[in-house]
Design a protein around this ligand. Sequence first.
Ligand SMILES: [Zn+2]
Length: 164
Amino acid sequence: MEINPCPMCGSKNVKSLEVNCSYIVACDDCKIETVRFDSEAEAIKAWNDGFRFVDKAQDKEIQYPQDQEKNEYRYISPEWLDSVARGLTAGAVKHPGETWRTIPSREHAARALRHLNLFLMGDTADDHIVNASMRVMMAFETAMAEGQREEWEKLMRDMESGRL
Ligand SMILES: [Zn+2]
């Protein structure tokens, strides 16, 4: 797993270490390190996500020098998002004017399911995952337009409060 440069000083002089059967990631230059984890993968993920560190020089726990956002885009695969954008752009050339907005959400959901099922059956004639992703976005948007925005907002609140 790739380790990001140091969030405090920008150094690439960063490595994962085993310390008494636990794992940390540490910066050799400014001497910050993550708290301890049971596995190297967890330590690297914590470093890359950038939240809890220990400053060895001051022997105290510090936070990443920027606030955590509710919607961290780092978790979205950039390649996936790009492939969806490419698919939508190609679709807009074929059917200009966002005609998909006039199709009911259930129909988009059924098409998404069809693409996923073809993927599961091993069909490689089309990029089914990207097509399904586009259809899911369309199902989301049309469901919003059909009046499900309130339910969606409640769902987001529940998800963020940890109830889901
Ligand atoms: Zn550093």
